[in-house]
Design a protein around this ligand. Structure first.
Ligand code: FMN
Length: 442
């Protein structure tokens, strides 16, 4: 992480706040306001009551995510697929790191855990990457789960039921066993990015992180659980998810912009906490750009892979501005091609795809204004809209608010492409406004 911060600092992508901030609300408020103005990461050097600085807004910019997986000229979806392939053929993805000198042992309450939203039930870890092993195959898995601080020995955690860790927990609980896990905070960017990806059960997400890094990960042995974790992580919380124990967790301001009320969730018993001497705590505001962009990018790549296996001419997929939205870019090859892409997209991820829009290759799929413009100018509202009733929504949907799917075919009418060629002004792209306006006009 330090390496990454230095890189951002060197190219002026890191803002530094030296004024003291309160970890209860104030830090999150300043960070949220800053996110409206800039994609730059923000380092808070003085957090009241804590020695450790806090960094936020690290991954809010799609360009930065592209850089982490070294996209070059390729789309994020194409490149992530390449990385997944590369990972599966890596012969050595890790090497053990035996150095321990730079690590400090401490208590959870010494970390600058943040309280984000007004009604949040307390301090939460939101950027923690859980490392755990599949109890049957032993394959390691990475995933995020919000964790409420209760005491130095207890966190209450939210395991989305479709995630691998929830499956590990169900399987272990059936044998009356706990699941050992380690929570990494401020892990190197490739670990964070790999944790956003959902590989099939036999896929090793640490190996994917190694592929993203371009070489083996240095791994260090945990003190109290039988796990190896990346030595590059700034903070490591070891522990186990207790079987047959559920305790109240919440309320919490979730990624969709609302609070989830108190519910009985899992208990993580903390057995050891350590951090690097120079560690910086990564505080991530749930539902902010930093939370959404990585999840959207990883989900888009998963949907892209699925649709490409079903339908020709698929160029790219975006899930912005929220993960329940899917925009598919195609090079249209036949009448009805758009509707095939719509159907394939709807079947690609059962939790999401509440709205799917298919557009042509000349539309910016990361710009919803353009996408809606394409539908309004290219698609008939009566025959180009597909409503699929009564399809279940995502896993946590007791009121069925997210049931059903809406698809919009916003591609040009087949055979009339020339009428829908976008107009342009010669030279617009290369105009340098400074050549025409006085200094400081902006
Ligand atoms: C920053 C971030 C925070 C997340 N927080 C949670 C969470 O609190 N609970 C949850 O169930 N999923 C959360 N997720 C979603 C999953 O943990 C994540 O997408 C992961 O890929 C699931 O991995 P798996 O399919 O290997 O289990 C979060 C995702 C991101 C990117």
């Amino acid at each position: 992480m330090q390496h990454y911060l230095n890189k951002l600092r060197a190219r002026r992508d890191l803002l530094v706040v030296d004024r003291e901030v309160d970890p209860v609300h104030e830090l999150a408020a300043v960070a949220k306001r800053l996110q409206r103005e800039t994609h730059k990461a923000v380092l808070f050097n003085q957090v009241r009551g804590h020695a450790m600085p806090v960094v936020t807004n690290l991954y809010s910019d799609h360009e930065r995510l592209r850089e982490i997986i070294r996209c070059g000229q390729r789309t994020f979806c194409e490149r992530l697929e390449e990385e997944i392939q590369a990972a599966s053929s890596m012969s050595t993805w890790m090497e053990e790191d035996r150095g321990t000198a730079e690590w400090v042992e401490g208590r959870l309450s010494e970390l600058p855990l943040l309280t984000h939203h007004e009604r949040d039930g307390g301090r939460y870890i939101t950027s923690g990457v859980f490392v755990a092993k599949d109890p049957v195959s032993g394959v390691p898995n990475l995933s995020f789960h919000r964790s409420q601080f209760i005491s130095d020995t207890e966190l209450r955690i939210r395991l989305g039921s479709s995630h691998d860790l929830a499956r590990f927990q169900r399987e272990a609980e059936a044998r009356d066993q706990a699941v050992e896990a380690a929570i990494l905070i401020s892990a190197p960017p490739e670990i964070f990015m790999a944790a956003c990806v959902s590989l099939p059960p036999d896929g090793n997400e640490l190996q994917l992180a190694a592929a993203m890094r371009g070489g083996p990960l240095r791994m260090r042995r945990c003190k109290t659980v039988d796990l190896l974790v990346p030595a590059g992580a700034g903070i490591v919380i070891e522990g186990r998810i207790l079987p047959h124990v559920r305790r109240p967790e919440g309320p919490f301001g979730e990624f969709m912009g609302y609070y989830v009320e108190v519910g009985d969730n899992h208990v993580f018993e903390v057995t050891h906490v350590s951090w690097r001497r120079d560690a910086v705590y990564h505080g991530l505001i749930c539902g902010s750009a930093e939370d959404l962009r990585p999840l959207e990018a990883a989900t888009a790549a998963r949907i892209y892979k699925h649709i490409r296996s079903q339908v020709p001419g698929v160029l790219d997929v975006s899930c912005r501005p929220t993960v329940m939205n899917t925009i598919v870019k195609i090079r249209k090859q036949y009448e009805g091609h758009g509707s095939h892409a719509l159907l394939a997209a709807m079947g690609s991820h059962m939790d999401y795809n509440k709205l799917v829009v298919v557009v042509d290759e000349d539309v910016d799929i990361n710009n919803m204004e353009e996408v809606i413009w394409a539908f309004l100018t290219r698609g008939r509202a009566d025959t180009r809209t597909m409503v699929v009733n009564n399809v279940a929504g995502f896993y946590r949907d007791p009121h069925k608010d997210h049931w059903g799917r809406l698809g919009l075919d916003a591609t040009r009418p087949w055979g009339r492409e020339a009428e829908f060629q976008r107009k342009s002004i010669p030279g617009e792209a290369s105009v340098n406004l400074a050549d025409y306006l006085p200094q400081g006009w902006r």
